[in-house]
Design a binder for this molecule. Structure first.
Ligand code: WQD
Length: 339
C-alpha cells in the first residue's frame, strides 16, 4: 500500500517508515518539522535506499492537506503528528487541544473526501490515567492527568464514534508504553529538543557527556527498588507493531481496534541506569530528587491482545534498547545536524 506517515520525520515515525518499506509498502511523509529535523530524511533514504516524497506543512492547514490528497494517491495513513510533551501541555493546554485535535480533524476530513479510510493512530498508555490496574488491558476505562493525555483520550473517542457511524472505516489505535532505543544502524534515533523530559535520552546524554548527572525522581515508590517502574519497548518493535496493525485492519472487518504495544515487563529507573552503564561502558552519575508531579509508581502492559490478534511480540530486551541507544547517541552526540 501507499502509506502517508504524518510526523514521519519524528522519532517513532522515522523508525516506522523503515519498517513499512521493508514490508514492501510505499511511503509518503508529511511533517511540519516543528519537532524534528529535515536531515532525518537523508538518513532514512540512506538506510532504505529509496526516495521518500516529503510534504512539509502543518496538518491543521486544511487547504494544504486537501492538496496533498488530491495530488498523491494514498491507500492508508499512519498518524503520528502531534504535540507530545506532558509538562508543556499543562502550561499550553489550548495549543495542545487545538493542534492535536484540529490536525486529526483536517486529516480525517481529507481522507473521507478521497475515500481513504484505513488509519493507524498513535495513542499512548497515558490514557490509562493516574491509578491504573496492572497490567493494563485495553478494556480498562480511560482518563488523563494532563492535556496531552486528554487529547489522546478524546481522539480515541472521536475515532470510536466515527467508526460507529460509518463501517467503511478501518481504524487501529495503538497505545504505546515507553518507546526507547534506536535503529541498529545508529543512523537514526531519539533527538529531543532542549532538556529531555524522558528518562532514556537524558541517561544517554549523561553517558555521552552532554549532561552532568541524572535526577532520579523519587526512590520511595511502592516498587522493588523504590524507583519508578515502566514498560520500556524498543522503537523498532514498536514500528513493527504499526506494520502488523496496518496489515491486519486492511483486511479486517471491524471498523476500529485498540491494541497495547508493550513488552509486559516492568523495569525500574535504577535498572535502566545499570543497563545503560553496562551497554555504554560509561558511568551515569545520578542523585535522588523529589518525585515529579503526575508520575505514577508503575506502568506496564498486558500485550496479549496484540500478541494473539496481530501475531506481534516485543523481541528486544532492555540491554538491546540501551546498546542501540548508545550506538545512536555516541555516533551523534548532539543529535541530528541542522542541515
Ligand atoms: C520514566 C521514568 C520517571 C526522567 C512519558 C509520558 C507518556 C509517554 C512516554 C508520550 C519515570 C523517571 C524520568 C528523569 C527520572 N509519552 N525519570 N528522571 O513519564 O513514564 O511517560 O513518556 O506518549 O505519555 O508521560 O516516561 O521517560 O518521562 O519517565 O527519574 O530525568 O523515569 O519518574 O519513573 P513516562 P519518562
Amino acid at each position: 500500500m501507499r502509506v502517508l506517515v504524518s510526523g514521519g520525520a519524528g522519532y517513532i515515525g522515522s523508525h516506522t517508515v523503515i519498517r513499512l518499506i521493508d514490508a514492501g509498502h510505499d511511503v509518503v511523509i508529511v511533517d511540519d518539522f516543528s519537532n524534528s529535523k529535515p536531515t532525518v530524511i537523508g538518513r532514512l533514504e540512506g538506510i532504505t535506499g529509496v526516495h521518500l516524497p516529503v510534504h512539509s506543512f502543518d496538518l491543521t492547514d486544511v487547504d494544504k492537506t486537501e492538496h496533498l490528497f488530491a495530488h498523491e494517491s494514498i491507500d492508508a495513513v499512519i498518524h503520528f503528528a502531534g504535540f507530545k510533551a506532558v509538562g508543556e501541555s499543562v502550561s499550553k493546554p489550548l495549543d495542545y487541544y487545538q493542534n492535536n485535535l484540529d490536525s486529526t480533524f483536517s486529516l480525517m476530513r481529507a481522507m473521507d473526501r478521497h475515500d481513504v479510510r484505513t488509519l493507524v493512530f498513535s495513542s499512548s498508555a497515558t490514557v490509562y490515567g493516574a491509578e491504573p490496574q496492572l497490567p493494563m488491558t485495553e478494556d480498562l476505562p480511560t482518563s488523563a492527568t494532563n492535556p496531552y493525555g486528554w487529547t489522546k483520550v478524546m481522539i480515541e473517542q472521536i475515532l470510536t464514534d466515527i467508526a460507529a457511524s460509518d463501517d467503511r472505516w478501518r481504524i487501529a489505535a495503538l497505545r504505546y508504553f515507553n518507546p526507547v532505543g534506536a535503529h541498529a544502524s545508529g543512523e537514526i534515533g531519539e533527538d529531543p529538543s532542549g532538556i529531555p523530559n524522558n528518562l532514556m535520552p537524558f541517561v544517554a546524554q549523561v553517558a555521552v557527556g552532554r549532561r552532568e548527572k541524572l535526577s532520579v525522581f523519587g526512590d520511595d515508590y511502592d516498587t522493588p527498588d523504590g524507583t519508578g517502574v515502566r514498560d520500556y519497548i524498543h522503537v523498532d518493535d514498536l514500528a513493527a507493531g504499526h506494520v502488523a496493525a496496518l496489515d491486519r485492519i486492511a483486511k479486517d472487518s471491524s471498523p476500529i481496534s485498540i491494541w497495547n504495544l508493550g513488552t509486559g515487563q516492568g523495569v525500574s529507573v535504577l535498572e535502566v541506569i545499570k543497563a545503560f552503564e553496562k551497554a555504554s561502558g560509561k558511568p551515569v552519575p545520578y542523585e535522588i530528587a523529589p518525585r515529579r508531579v503526575g508520575d505514577i509508581a508503575a506502568s506496564y502492559a498486558d500485550p496479549s491482545r496484540a500478541n494473539s490478534e496481530l501475531n506481534w511480540y516485543a523481541t528486544k530486551t532492555i540491554d538491546d534498547m540501551c546498546e542501540d541507544t548508545w550506538r545512536w547517541q555516541s555516533g551523534n552526540p548532539n543529535g541530528y545536524p541542522d542541515a
